[in-house]
Design a protein around this ligand. Structure first.
Ligand code: PEP
Ligand code: MG
Length: 560
């Protein structure tokens, strides 16, 4: 989270003012030779600038991300665009006009595509505007020197905009367009700048100078936040990072681990004091490429995570696609209700059984006795039969590796509790699994019948409803008396205001995004378990969300 003063960034408006959006073509009086030369010079300068930015990005953000700018360099020499520009210049247009026209078709082709391909349209606009600025001698707004305490608002931010942002100056940014996987969002995560993208037209109502709180984790912004929100955000920044395990005031260790998606996030989790990884969302390894990663590549990625936590646990979730997580090469079907369709384990059992097997093999091979403990977790289980089937395939992989003499070890095998069915059958699942991890993002969506991505029902998608708390309690109770441990890896686990309640409900492990780990650890240290249990009992007895919230807030006030 970050808090600061709103500042608008409107680069498109700059260019519109120059009349470039005008399609009249009335400028056909130019000397083609001179315009060609102007264009070549501009392209050379744009290439030099981009190369410099790419090198800086490599240092600040990472090799992989910097290649987004490498792709921009390639666009500068794209033959289709180049021939469009030559044609325009030959017809007697100025270089600016020719550039603008030549980019039109490629941009609209990408706009018509799905998912990540559509984001390429932004990359092309970025390259086009860069060329135009050089041609027009327009300085770009220097996003690298904004006043300290800025929350940047924009219709969209391109990769080359985002890469300039300095986390020391920028407390957050909010864009009207874009998704969680847009380049701006990816860069924001790497730079640890709180960001909310894709908020829609409502953003235009915010005026420069207003105070804004940006909650990147909760995916929301608060305009003119109240004092309590402000104190929470400012308090967060000051919490000390501890690498030792957190213990409640009465001496019980609670494991505080991290949710990660990309290999580059593992180091960040370690830096924020995580005891291990409680949720490795492996779909990110499968996104943004044309074919799935092979067994060896996956083995290496999982082994790297284990090496980072030799004393801890690393919980890797098997591929969870479908619903809101499309992967182009898997050819996912169009579904009326994707969240109730072929998601998670359903696809892994069939039709993606081959991918599932490869992933299980890579995981068993990555597990080793001299490293941290590897745990494999299957998502979106609704029926005992599904878990048993998954377990059977896991055993078959282990038997095959044994038979072939391939080096491996047996990871723990557990299940996510994300459906009401799984919560209701927790006892039977705990008998069969080594651990349970509650995914409150989906569990809340299914218990409350409120789509987690639909702003119109966001009020109902709230884990503090008593029905959700009771599903959590039922899960914990189900595992009591078995050897299975119970953790939580949904967003709820990362809300420090709820840590006492969750410890009181009996969770052994909380997994949250790396940024909130120090705060959650600090909360654990303050907890008296007897009081936490009492708080949980009262919350479980509540009839409404308002009552739960009241009980939690009163307990917070008493504790301070
Ligand atoms: C969840 O559903 O709570 C969860 C952690 O998984 P994801 O958010 O990846 O669906
Ligand atoms: Mg989920």
């Amino acid at each position: 989270m970050g808090i600061g003063t709103a500042r608008w960034y409107r680069p498109d408006a700059d260019l519109e003012l120059l009349g470039l959006e005008d399609e009249s073509g009335s400028d056909s009086e130019h000397d083609p030779g001179a315009e060609r030369e102007r264009f070549e010079r501009a392209r050379e300068q744009a290439r030099e600038d981009l190369e410099g930015e790419r090198d800086r990005a490599r240092e600040r953000i990472g090799e992989e991300e910097s290649e987004i700018l490498g792709a921009h360099i390639q666009f500068l020499g794209d033959p289709q665009i180049e021939s469009g520009i030559s044609e325009g210049i030959k017809e007697g247009h100025g270089a600016e006009h020719a550039v603008q026209r030549a980019f039109e078709d490629p941009i609209s082709q990408f706009e018509g595509m799905d998912g990540r391909m559509a984001e390429r349209a932004d990359d092309l606009r970025d390259v086009r505007d860069r060329l135009l600025r050089v041609l027009l001698n327009r300085e770009r707004t220097d996003l690298g020197s904004l006043p300290e305490g800025t929350v940047l608002l924009a219709d969209r931010l391109t990769p080359s905009d985002t890469v300039q942002l300095d986390p020391e100056q920028v407390r957050g940014f909010v864009t009207a367009t874009g998704g969680r996987t847009s380049h701006a969002a990816i860069f924001a995560r790497s730079l640890a700048i709180p960001a909310v993208v894709g908020v829609g037209d409502a953003l235009a109502e915010i005026e420069a100078g207003e105070e804004i709180a940006v909650d990147g984790e909760g995916e929301r912004i608060v305009v003119s936040p109240e004092a309590a929100t402000r104190e929470r955000v400012e308090g967060r920044e000051a919490v000390e990072i501890r690498s030792e395990r957190a213990k409640t005031a009465d001496g019980e260790e609670i494991e505080i681990v991290a949710n990660v998606g990309r290999p580059t996030e593992v180091g960040g989790a370690l830096d924020r004091g995580a005891d291990g990884i409680g949720l490795y969302r492996t779909e990110f390894l499968f996104l943004d490429r044309d074919a799935p990663p092979g067994e060896d590549e996956q083995r290496e990625t999982y082994a790297d995570a284990l090496d980072a936590f030799p004393e801890g646990r690393v919980v890797v979730r098997t591929l969870d696609v479908g619903g809101d997580k499309p992967i182009p090469y898997l050819d996912l079907p169009e579904e009326e209700n994707p969240f109730l369709g072929e998601r998670g384990i359903r696809r892994s059992l069939d039709p993606d059984s081959q991918l599932f097997e490869t992933q299980l093999r890579a995981l068993c091979r990555a597990a080793g006795s001299d490293k941290g403990e590897l745990c494999v977790m299957v998502p979106l289980v609704a029926a005992i039969e599904e878990f048993e089937d998954a377990r059977k395939r896991f055993e078959a992989v282990l038997a095959d590796l044994d038979r072939k003499g391939v080096e491996h070890a047996r990871p723990a095998f557990g299940v996510m509790i994300e459906t009401p069915a799984a919560a209701l059958m927790a006892e039977e699942l705990a008998d069969r699994a080594d651990f349970l991890s509650i995914g409150t993002n989906d569990l809340t969506q299914y218990v409350m019948a409120a789509d987690r991505g639909n702003g119109r029902v966001a009020g109902l998608h709230d884990s503090q409803y008593p029905a959700v708390l009771r599903a959590i309690r039922h899960t914990v109770e189900g595992a009591r008396g078995t050897d299975a441990w119970v953790g939580m890896c949904g967003e709820m686990a990362g809300d420090p205001a709820l840590t006492e309640l969750l410890v009181g409900l009996g969770l052994d492990e909380l997994s949250t995004s790396a940024v909130t780990i120090p705060e959650v650890k600090a909360e654990v240290e303050e907890i008296d378990r007897e009081r936490a249990r009492d708080l949980a009992e009262r919350a479980l007895g509540a009839s409404t969300r308002a009552e739960v919230s009241d009980i939690v807030t009163r307990s917070e006030v008493q504790n301070t």
